[in-house]
Design a protein. Structure first.
Ligand code: KG4
Ligand code: ZN
Length: 378
């Protein structure tokens, strides 16, 4: 049975974007990963429509929870806790997950853990490669985020080193795919076309790689515009657009910058482990180039399998299990869904939360919440 595997048994709920994810883990062991995606409903709009996503979460929530419990072969009453993405993400979409998590946790008499979506993307690798080394460097690349994060403790200490100043990496893939009329989401189809193309056919710009540019920030908006202009010029001249070469050259520019900056962040900070997560981590060229550059730099690369890189509930359960294992405080029942939850808050104890672990920093944060509650209620 589940108990023999060791570690806390936690169900995690993820609804920050268009995937209704429910995962169940025991410690570092994945027991179930049920995902219902509304991506097809957004395809004709070329991007995620928040209202459509919220409605789809509402419809998928209970069946997806039931499916996860069945897949894992555990009873809800056996759970040690329920974790949920408290943010960042789409406000209405987050609210569905947070409300469901509260309802289940309250009805079952289980502790509730509001966790950060970005920290969850990092923590999911424990299900693939075991305990995360501390510190770990993480490159998170998806349709919504592109960040370099230093994580000395995934449950309490995550530090942002850099992020995109405009488009996310996945967003650039989606926009370039739209210009090429390849449909949505763009990443997988560009990845496929790029395999037939020449990555050196067109030299597209590498954003923010000049000597005076921020070492760990990213910019993909200029690249996206350069690709669009190049395609327009071809079309205006009545020439055929070499889709595979454009896809390969664009992808090369993105992957070159991502891997270069990630390896540099590791070297500068003396970190010898790099994890890559988020939907773009499924990219075959990113995986290959990261593997080569990490090997050259003596860095151990950890990339979870693609299904764990895209949004899912298992990643939330993985971080929830780590919270339980480390004695972090459960969240209060007034846990808010916070669409702009800072990455520096892996864990949202709520307005009344107390962290049980006094060995790590970040207690000021809990304290501030307590003070503000005192002010509110006397
Ligand atoms: O993590 P995710 O499922 O959702 C969030 O955005 O949070 O990531 C989706 C993004 C999309 O932009 C999609 O185009 C991109 O990940 N993506 C890829 C690949 N597979 C998915 N980008 C590049 N190459 C891929 N193979
Ligand atoms: Zn995500």
């Amino acid at each position: 049975m589940a108990d023999s595997r060791g570690g806390p048994l936690v169900l995690g709920i993820e609804t920050s974007c268009d995937e209704t994810g429910v995962g169940i883990v025991q410690g570092h062991t994945l027991l179930a990963d049920a995902v219902a995606s509304s991506v097809d409903e957004h395809a004709r709009f070329g991007g995620v429509v928040p209202e459509v996503a919220s409605r789809a979460h509402l419809e998928a929530m209970v069946p997806t929870i039931q499916r996860a419990l069945k897949d894992a072969g555990v009873a809800a009453s056996d759970l040690d806790g329920i974790a949920v993405t408290a943010g960042p993400g789409l406000a209405g979409a987050l609210l569905v997950g947070v409300s469901a998590a509260k309802a289940y946790a309250y009805a079952l008499g289980k502790p509730l853990y509001g966790v950060n979506h970005l920290a969850s993307h990092i923590c999911v690798d424990q299900l693939e490669h075991g305990a995360l080394p501390e510190p770990t460097m993480a490159l998170l690349v998806s349709g919504g985020h592109s960040s370099l994060l230093l994580a000395p403790d995934i449950t309490s200490d995550v530090r942002p080193l850099g992020a995109t100043i405009d488009d996310a990496a996945g967003e650039a893939f989606d926009k370039v795919a739209r210009v090429l009329h390849l449909g949505f989401p763009g990443g997988p189809v560009i990845d496929r076309y790029a395999r037939e193309g020449d990555p050196e056919a067109i030299r597209f710009p590498r954003g923010l790689t000049g000597p005076r540019d921020a070492a760990y920030d990213f910019s993909f908006s200029g690249l996206k515009t350069a690709v669009a202009r190049w395609i327009e010029a071809k079309r205006a001249a009545g020439e055929e657009v070499p889709v595979a070469d454009v896809a390969a050259s664009f992808q090369e520019a993105v992957v070159d910058v991502l891997t270069r900056k990630a390896v540099r962040a590791c070297k500068d900070n003396g970190v010898d482990h790099l994890m890559i997560g988020g939907g773009v981590a499924a990219n075959s060229r990113l995986r290959a180039m990261a593997a080569r550059r990490c090997e050259d730099a003596g860095i151990t690369l950890r990339v979870p399998r693609p299904k764990l890189c895209t949004d899912n509930g298992a990643m939330v359960a993985a971080l929830g299990a780590e919270m339980v294992a480390r004695g972090r405080a459960a969240s209060d029942w007034d846990l808010p869904a916070d669409s702009s939850l800072p990455v520096t808050e892996p864990h949202v104890p709520g307005t009344n939360g107390h962290d049980h672990d006094h060995g790590h920093g970040h207690h000021d944060h809990d304290h501030v919440h307590e003070l503000s509650k005192e002010n509110l209620y006397g």
